[in-house]
Design a protein around this ligand. Structure first.
Ligand SMILES: [Zn+2]
Ligand SMILES: [Zn+2]
Length: 418
């Protein structure tokens, strides 16, 4: 029972730490205990260790530790990918040989698919080009998305790559390149998630969810069947005629009957909510027509708006445009109606910079009055993630450039952190 308790506590602790690490930085959870725990774990606790080390060894221990940490987090190397593969493969190695003789042909078939898919999608997500922008494909990436004049303004150059940043792109410090429709740099695939591999990343998450849930439920079912051989009256829930401690003891007995299957089942059951949450969050951002990178920019804007630092004025649909800075995007059906800027001093932007747009600047007080140009509705957003050069066909038969601007208002969804 002691071994079991230790395994259980270790699995719980690991799941909790991973949860805090993943979700603590999400803008949507900025003012929750999860963000607070994230700061405790990743800022306050390391700072405490550093200050103790400064006193004891002059900072030598933490100096080398932070070197290792920086190599791990900010250099490209497959350590975390190998760690992920190891956890998955070792769990399967502990689990599969023991359950294989006990399951039917159909279950064997579906289980094989569930086991293989995460490997396939992991390979595809890691090896696909996430959307590196090069001199050769720069013009193509410039024509993919229009500038929304809110998060992305034309004419900004990447100081490292030395070309104009296409709308929705971001320079990744780890990959050391600009990534088209950059979502985030993911250590689990040792690559960025962007225009070229977002769909593989989504399928990797989904297949891992299916594997963990399937493994957990199948393991639970097999354990229950085994317990029932000795306790025919046993039910998973509610614990009929049993004290809760006895109920737990029967579970412990069931898990110990086959500790490797029991441990793998527990790991699967405890991690699957986390992986589902990650998958649903990724899907939710797609539903909102945004990326992780953009959702952070929206959060900053929201604060600027609330504090009175954000201003806008109309952009004429037929405004003159410099095609070298802002090429046409024939596949995208909407164009910006306003330019929105945040200033440093809560005063409207001056006339010295020759900003586009016409008329007086007015305050924008919240995101509800702002359109997200990149949100075309869930199915079109998903199409854009899955197919390159996806063209929105809304059945009007009009060529995209002729249509009215129609980015949906952010207020129609609560996707952006409120
Ligand atoms: Zn760059
Ligand atoms: Zn990257």
């Amino acid at each position: 029972m002691d071994t079991l308790k230790k395994i259980l506590i270790a699995i719980l602790a690991i799941s909790f730490m991973v949860f805090i690490t993943f979700f603590g930085r999400l803008p949507a959870l900025r003012k929750t205990p999860i963000a607070w725990l994230h700061r405790l774990l990743w800022i306050h606790f390391p700072n405490l260790v550093v200050s103790i080390d400064q006193r004891l060894t002059g900072g030598r221990v933490t100096g080398s530790l932070s070197w290792i940490y920086n190599r791990l987090m900010y250099d490209r190397h497959p350590t975390i990918v190998i760690f992920f593969l190891l956890i998955m493969t070792v769990s399967e190695y502990m689990y599969l040989p023991n359950i294989w003789p006990k399951i039917g042909l159909f279950t064997k078939f579906t289980a094989s698919i569930a086991v293989i898919m995460p490997y396939v999608f992991l390979y595809l997500a890691c090896s696909a080009d996430p959307g590196y922008i090069t001199r050769e494909n720069h013009a193509y990436h410039m024509s993919l998305y229009p500038y929304d004049y809110t998060l992305f303004h034309p004419g900004n150059e990447c100081r490292t790559c030395r070309f104009l940043k296409p709308a929705r792109s971001k320079h990744c410090d780890v990959c050391k390149r600009c990534i088209a429709r950059a979502d985030h740099h993911c250590v689990f695939i040792n690559s960025c998630v962007g225009y070229g591999n977002h769909h593989w990343f989504l399928l990797l998450l989904l297949s891992t969810c299916v594997l963990a849930t399937y493994g957990g439920i199948l393991g639970l079912y097999l354990m229950t069947s085994k317990i029932k051989e000795d306790y025919p009256m046993w039910t998973i829930w509610p614990a009929k005629d049993l004290e809760f401690s006895d109920y737990l003891a029967v579970w412990g007995w069931g898990i110990q009957g086959d500790i490797s299957v029991g441990a793998a089942t527990l790991l699967a059951l405890l991690t699957s909510p986390l992986i589902w949450a990650l998958f649903l969050y990724t899907l939710f951002l797609i539903y909102c027509g945004t990326t992780t990178n953009e959702s952070m920019k929206w959060t900053d804007y929201k604060e600027d708006m609330r504090d009175g630092y954000a201003f806008r004025r109309p952009l004429a649909p037929n405004r003159p445009r410099d095609l070298r800075l802002e090429p046409l995007c024939p596949r995208w059906p909407s164009s910006p109606e306003h330019i929105i800027l945040a200033t440093q001093d809560a005063q409207p932007p001056g006339n010295d910079r020759n900003y586009p747009g016409e008329g007086e600047w007015e305050n924008v007080w919240d995101l509800k009055s702002v359109d997200n140009l990149y949100d075309m509705g869930f199915w079109h957003n998903l199409g854009d993630v899955f197919f390159s050069d996806y063209t929105v066909d809304d059945g009007t038969g009009e060529p995209p450039a002729e249509r009215r601007p129609r980015g949906r208002s952010i207020s129609t969804k609560s996707g952006y952190p409120q």
